[in-house]
Design a protein around this ligand. Structure first.
Ligand code: HPA
Length: 235
């Protein structure tokens, strides 16, 4: 059944979905990595495709920016389309001094300043966490590829332009990098008993005023995509 945000019919979407934030990245991945990709969604330009990679059926769909957008699409994929695994591929700003431009971060957990968890009415602080199966497989693949890969806690922030100068506080707590979607994805996966993982390439260092060029982003993007696709076919 199509949803208000997704035209796909049941069965159009594979068990494993790779989700970049940018729908045009989804189109690029489908056209450059998947065999026989078929577009299943164009609603709001949030493109989604299903094809095969090394003989395994895989989908790729944009998530949009921020926890609200990511959580709408991932909720529907898990609950309405029987998707079992979602691997987010995105960009992050470095927070830790040990993380540099173009490095890869695999998000073991995602701290957040979002109120998303309040809907669960938990008597404490929830810790959004990756699926061990996806996490361990992706790290094995990254090590085999000799890619610099940091595994740990990230911050999923509700703000890109932020007035509070709080990054140094998160840095003190060992947080590796900042992005805007993963905590919502991990909570949706936990709530539905499904699997999720987020792999990020570092596009900028807000505390050091550094950013990558579009050309530099392309190489680390390729490493990240290959780690995500290999993880998808090995699980
Ligand atoms: N802040 C939030 N999200 C991001 C950033 C950032 O600096 N870089 C890439 N995604």
């Amino acid at each position: 059944m199509p949803t208000p945000h997704n035209n796909a019919k049941k069965g159009d979407i594979a068990e494993t979905v790779i989700m970049p934030g940018d729908p045009l990245r989804a189109k690029f991945i489908a056209e450059n990595y998947l065999e026989n990709p078929v577009c299943y969604n164009e609603v709001r330009g949030m493109l989604g495709y299903t094809g095969t990679y090394k003989g395994v059926r895989i989908s790729v769909q944009g998530s949009g920016m921020g926890i609200p957008s990511m959580s709408i699409y991932s909720w529907e994929l898990f609950n309405e389309y029987d998707v079992k695994n979602i691997i987010r591929t995105g960009t992050a700003g470095a927070i830790s001094d040990n993380v540099n431009l173009r490095d890869i971060i695999v998000a073991m957990s995602a701290s957040t300043n979002s109120a998303y968890a309040s809907q669960y009415r938990l008597p404490g602080t929830y810790a959004p966490t990756a699926s061990w199966k996806l996490l361990s497989e992706s790290v094995k693949i990254a090590e085999k590829k000799n890619v610099v890969c940091h595994v740990g806690n990230i911050l999923s922030s509700d703000t890109f332009y932020d007035d509070s100068d709080s990054l140094a506080q998160w840095q003190k707590m060992g947080v590796l990098g900042i992005e805007m979607e993963t905590a919502g994805l991990y909570m949706n996966a936990s709530r539905t008993g499904k699997n999720a993982l987020c792999i990020l390439t570092v596009s900028d260092c807000p505390l050091r005023n550094l950013s990558t060029t579009a050309e530099e982003r392309q190489t680390s993007f390729r490493d990240m995509m290959e780690i995500a696709l290999e993880t998808a076919v090995n699980i």
